[in-house]
Design a protein around this ligand. Sequence first.
Ligand code: ARG
Ligand code: ZN
Length: 884
Amino acid sequence: KEIFLKDYKAPDYAFEKVDLRFELGEEKTFVTSNIKVLPQSSDASAPLILDGENLKLVTLKINGSSVPEDNFKIGARKLHLTSLPSSAFELEIVTEIEPQNNTSLEGLYKSTGNFCTQCEAEGFRKITYFQDRPDVMSKFTTRIEADKKLYPVLLGNGNLVDEGELSDGKHYAVWEDPWTKPCYLFALVAGQLVSHDDTFTTMSGRKVALRIWTPPQDIPKTAHAMKSLQLAMKWDEEVFGLEYDLDLFNIVAVPDFNMGAMENKSLNIFNSRLVLASPETATDADYAAIEGVIGHEYFHNWTGNRVTCRDWFQLSLKEGLTVFRDQEFSSDMGSRGVKRIADVSRLRISQFSQDAGPMAHPVRPHSYIKMDNFYTVTVYEKGAEVVRMYQTLLGKAGFRKGMDLYFKRHDGQAVTCEEFLAAMFDANQVKFPTFPLWYAQAGTPTLSVTTSYDSDAQTFTIKCKQEVPATPGQPKKEPMLLPLAVGLLDSHGEDMRLTSVKDGASLHNLTSANGDFTTTAVLHVDKAEQEFTFVDILEKPVPSLLRNFSAPVRLVSDVTNDDLFFLLAHDSDQFNRWEAGQTLSRKLMLDLISAEQKGETLSVNSAFIEGIRSTMTNSSLDKEFVAKCLSLPGESEIADLMDVADPDAIHNVRRFVIKKIAASLREELLKMVEANRSLAAYDPSHEHRARRSLKNICLGYLASLDEPEITELLVNEFKNATNMTDQVSALAAICQNPGDARSQALSDFYEQWKEDALVINKWLALQAMSDVPGNVEHVRGLLEHPAFDIRNPNKVYSLIGGFCASAVNFHAKDGSGYKFLADIVVQLDQLNPQVASRMVSAFSRWRRFDEERQALSRAQLERITSMNGLSDNVFEIASKSLAS
Ligand code: ARG
Ligand code: ZN
């Protein structure tokens, strides 16, 4: 069942053209697929093997005549055809499917009465028998027939070339996609939808029709998505010279969707939470996520669709690259520094912990059981870091040269990560022999740095040691090239000019030919141990290491606390300025945790409080950046740094520090709230978003004090809020403390929003994530609430995913959290294996906890793996978790 990269074989048959006909029905849907097949192999007797799942084969014809029974064989997941013509032939397959009963939400399914599809990675095989692999690229036409009243809108890929009436109240539409594509980019939508229409004129002057489709009542919430799409189209032209290649671009919002969104050619399908927004119902974070994902899916038109993947092991070829592109887009639209901080936090919290656990895999995995399990933070976010490293090594202009060459060589092809690497290096005439290892080696490298200043020689030396840890199946690792961006601060906190650096025997001049000097040097670290020496350093500097997080590594350095406070106050690199504060917070919390475990009394030193005070009150800083600086590292981030994670001690210590800060800075926090409150109409611009984020984090601190006067303030903030950002932040703050104010606010919020499913998901998540002891019973109760529906992935992610995010409750000592999650996984797996598998992943770090907890979670994992009819999806995650 396991599939290996090394077993890749090119297909024996090409599918030149595919004509599909869908007869959509309430009970049965018929799919007729007409394929022009071209034999490719020298072996004329090669069988044609088609994938197919949950299909009923109705007829099977070659060149118009039924295929004799001896010439085909149907298995549970394959259709084998033999004795085939040796030259081009026509294959016609009719299958019957039941989209109305498809709860897996892959293939063709129904969501709130409308038909829609999700084919990536391997969903097309649930529609018809096909070579369901990305290196089979064809020209598709799609004819859709359906009841006109129930399904007035019929959408497919490409251009609408025909439409009309049929008998029995039916109608039809024919769509033709002029671009060849793999079947995972196929899409179809049929239903009662209306569109928000606008246009975009491309750089060559073509006018493209843009349409965002939703149920009628949601149209007012599509303005932000439309604007984001137009900005994304413009940005891709300006930054990469990439223009849209059709006259129509459709986006459809559907409420039931496993993932975020899907880049189907000219017919993107989105989870509605990533399209719909209004100031009253969506937060600043929602607005930002919509902008980013609209961009992401649009950018796939070039990085994914025009150039696609040879096989699914290459997924990061399109995803890592497209995430990098959407990160850059969002940086250009908002604050670059804050975006980088958010992206790195996410990488460290989710990806570093994946890389250290049983599911650790390289950016290009070597094997998988179920591909859907590899749509991971490693393939996406670490993959984006790998792409970013090319840019750090080659420079922006060099990176652009590489992109241009990549498209010049591979437009219209299905390729591998090697091809991307070759285009980047060839375009810049460089060779970095150890860089390809980033695609093959799992695990987060540790980069240990020690520094020394020689006042006589006026040199500053940086000693690096790099180590890539063993991961499942990969005991031995090699050092790989990582760019280490370094700045040196003088005693005034200014960046020193860096003139040259010695790397072993060679001296590198850092001043450019035209005399421009640099203040950040990019060191090429590619050996297990290596030394770099900066010359002409007139005083002992404070080093700013790994600026802008120039490589996805764990940095361990000998920088002192004094240096960190200095960097927090002065570093010109925004990321490292924030990181200095985070490093101080992590050290503080780890120290307090060991004190807590020994039963000692806890205290926070005044230097730490002063560091926070001066950052908070520094009016020269961007408020959104200040809000980031005020956010302490999360509980899971701290847990990952401990030998044996102790969720209770971590939680107590983190709460202790928060309360300490709140008590010490009470007046400043209140002033911040006053100064940054606004009752004016919602303004999504950076300035106002920044103001809100700072005010709301201050409210969170104040809430920890649990004083009646503060509660009153919070309740007023909640009641007077003019937008969802402020309303839900106040609600979250109130919810920190059990009591009447909490129950009242929760019930008011529910009454206000019960008709809006996306808002109610916030209400579910907020309760689920609560750290109130014994919350598992409350969450079990919510399973029965009308607001919950286990068939809707968003609701599962809010309620179940939310619950697992509360470490104290999920890892409760009595095992009640583990049992709860296993109960859900068992039930969910029958309905939707992809979502069940994402939920079961919460168990994957079970070995990080004490023995009693290990025994309790192991028992639940064993219960899951022993289940009858378990999906491959859940089996893979649960069994790999147990094995490691
Ligand atoms: N290609 C989509 C995106 O990143 C995600 C599709 C995920 N599908 C899945 N079955 N895991 O934009
Ligand atoms: Zn993507």
